[in-house]
Design a binder for this molecule. Structure first.
Ligand code: NAD
Length: 356
């Protein structure tokens, strides 16, 4: 048996988890030594943002309901100015990765503490990773200042997440944990979280697709999302995330659906180079094979099946493969153009993953 050798850096965030945990919102704002919160959300969640403001009463400074994907830098400047004009001393990011991304970008350039209330399974609330788009280019980075100080996970807020988005968002979370299991800087604590997170989501997602208001399954999924987000925030990501950043960033494909389609193929590419991780992923999903298990979980519950289906052009596959091979993230197996191109073709066609 090899000796253990690792570094484990825990990320400090206060987590309040449970059905109805939003009732503790005012207590949590005060815990941050804040008195006036600016609420950030997407236009689609404006009503939920207003409801949060009503709940906070005089402790709400206002609602900024304009969060969008990719966090345009002009929007960050505007939201920060609004916070200043309204004398806000903290920001509450309510929503998925887009609203939380806006909160993180504000935290990068101001001293406002962020309280996150996630309503999808993307996991951004647990990571110090930020992204911003300027002149059409997305810049990402890591900075501990962007990490929300407090995260409230209230399962009741996830009941409205449509089944299809729940499924793809949940598999997006599984992708964080799967790559965490073969990360170069992985460690035993993170591996425990990763396996438990995948298992919780794999168990919950079929129930959610069949019965979107199943609170117990929703709770399991949100618990899994927290664990998987923690993994993403703690260790480095590899081929799968590089492919998805390329496909999302350069070809503007939808975030969660892209993760869902690509994951089985990325795992198949890495299968031989990371056998222990594959065993743990397969065990967590309850399947004899990690790539096949993810593929079936997605297919059986009605996820989009191919890159073609979500708007990728076949003519762009060569460019996508070249981009993914340029400046690759560390990966357990060397990144080579021909097998990456073959993998992308299979993801485009939506056929079963195989050896690459
Ligand atoms: P999203 O935040 O864009 O949300 C998708 C849509 O779902 C939005 O219209 C939103 O209003 C709606 N929605 C969210 N929760 C809902 C609910 N409970 N009920 C009904 N509608 C709801 O999508 P996402 O997948 O959560 O986030 C994607 C973005 O987050 C991407 O830009 C991605 O790059 C980023 N992200 C960043 C990190 C990180 O660590 N920095 C991690 C994961 C994702």
């Amino acid at each position: 048996m090899p000796t253990r050798d690792f570094v484990y850096s825990a990320r400090a965030a206060r987590v309040v988890f449970g059905a109805g945990s939003l009732q503790h919102l005012e207590r949590e704002v005060l815990q941050l030594k804040a008195e006036r919160a600016l609420i950030l959300c997407s236009p689609e969640q404006h009503a939920a943002g207003e409801a949060l403001a009503a709940r906070l009463g005089s402790r709400a400074a206002g609602v900024f309901a304009r969060a969008v994907m990719h966090v345009p830098v002009e929007l960050v400047d505007e939201a920060r100015d609004v916070a200043h004009e309204l004398n806000a001393d903290c920001a509450i990011a309510l929503g998925g990765g887009s609203a939380i991304g806006l909160g993180k970008a504000i935290a990068l350039t101001s001293a406002l503490p962020i309280l996150a209330i996630p309503t999808t399974y993307a996991g951004s609330e647990m990571t110090p990773i930020f992204g911003m788009t300027e002149d059409g280019l997305k810049r990402t980075g890591t900075d501990p200042r962007v990490l929300p100080k407090t995260v409230i996970y209230d399962v009741d807020l996830t009941l409205t997440l449509p089944p299809q988005l729940s499924l793809t968002s949940g598999i997006n979370a599984i992708a964080h944990a799967a790559e965490g299991l073969y990360a170069r800087d992985g460690n035993p604590v993170i591996a425990l979280m990763a396996e438990e997170g995948i298992a919780a989501l794999a168990r919950a997602l079929p129930h959610i697709c069949a019965h979107p208001d199943d609170t117990a399954a929703r709770s399991d999924a949100l618990y899994g999302a927290w664990l998987c987000g923690t993994v993403l925030g703690s260790v480095g990501m590899a081929l799968h995330h590089k492919l998805c950043h390329t496909l999302g960033g350069t070809f503007n494909l939808p975030h969660a659906a892209t993760h869902t389609i690509v994951l089985p193929y990325a795992l198949a590419y890495n299968a031989k180079a990371a056998p222990e991780a594959m065993t743990r992923i397969a065990r967590a999903i309850g399947h004899d094979d990690a790539p096949g298990g993810v593929y079936e979980l997605a297919r059986a519950n009605g996820a989009p099946a191919s890159l073609k289906e979500i708007g990728m052009k076949e003519d762009d596959l060569d460019r996508a493969a070249r981009t993914a091979c340029a400046n690759p993230y560390w990966n357990p197996r060397e990144i080579q153009y021909a097998p990456i191109r073959a993998l992308l073709q299979d993801a485009y066609d939506g056929v079963s993953p195989r050896e690459y």
